[in-house]
Design a protein around this ligand. Sequence first.
Ligand SMILES: Cc1ncc(COP(=O)(O)O)c(C=O)c1O
Length: 382
Amino acid sequence: MIYLDHNATTPVHPDVVEALLPFLTEKFGNPSSIHWAGRAVKGAVEEARERVAHLVGCEPGEVVFTASGTEADNMAIKGVAAALADRGNHIVATRVEHPAVVNALLHLERLGCTVTWLDVDGDGVLDPDRLEGAITDRTILVCAMAANNETGVLFPLREIGAIAARRKVYLHCDAVQAAGKISLGFRESGIALLALSGHKLNAPKGVGALVIRRGVKCHPLIHGGAQERNRRGGTENVAGIVAFGAACEIAAATMAGEMARLKRLRDRLEEGILALVPGARVNGSRERRLPTTTNISFAGVEADSLLMALDLAGIAASSGSACSSGTLKLSPVLAAMGIAPEVARGSVRFSLGRGNTEGEIDRVLEVLPGIVARMRRGGDGS
Ligand SMILES: Cc1ncc(COP(=O)(O)O)c(C=O)c1O
């Protein structure tokens, strides 16, 4: 079995499993309890906070643990809109944000906020001048992701952060796909809020974090007890948080070597496909991109059929388009890049991660060209 869908989720690292297990057994206390059982886990939560902060380049006190990247995005967007309602109700966002951002913004639009949606260029990159032009004196927030989940394309965050700082608006950055893969440098970047998710970097599902720069105004999304310094009610997912911290520590320690290795594998896969499959093309910038991701269109082939054939060969990959009740919904990300529907329809995302080997890449290169050729001979590609 070959897993090339790490942007969807990643396997939990064995060291992470080892770190979390005691918190499902003997270390069962509630971190809010002041007795021995609580104290034993409170320290572990704070240690995890330090590890997340170290990976991101922020202070531990700026990390708020959440249940997911989706919750972190929602908290940032709805929390800032609520906190700054008296200052303005205009938000600027790119058209290629994850649904966790897009749908939170659509919700705010229904409540009376105005959102300006920014196009990206054919490479999937945002032009900072376009952003500057969209900011008004009613703007409170800019949403720009660090790395796109479908293409891996990176936004020029330093430039975007500098514009946001100069125009005195908050920048919310969805760094769910970027964390652990590229250096984020939160402190220097001008980012006010940053969303993270554990399961994208070898921690379990059900834990994430929102980093809120000191002094930034953001109301809670979940009201309850005084957990997370009154920013997120609810007894903490201690095992998940400890695991997230352990995964961040591993990512920080191994990022440089591991990303160089995965980039070599990704390039081997991509170059192999381009050489062996006529009409294959890469979507998005090939320079400004995560080292782990490639999004490739196979002309004349339906991505869903190709993915099914790959699955039968034991290869897991994915597409940005979802086929529901016979209608193919094309990827909004590829559409925003101006990619023609017939090209987008045949686009497949391969996303690499820690377990992948050269032998696996070579196996994909062995079977994929034949599958595509067979589908094209079949006529309709489906
Ligand atoms: C860019 C991006 N943001 C947010 C999310 C949501 O994260 P979670 O699955 O933790 O809710 C994802 C997950 O696919 C993502 O890729």
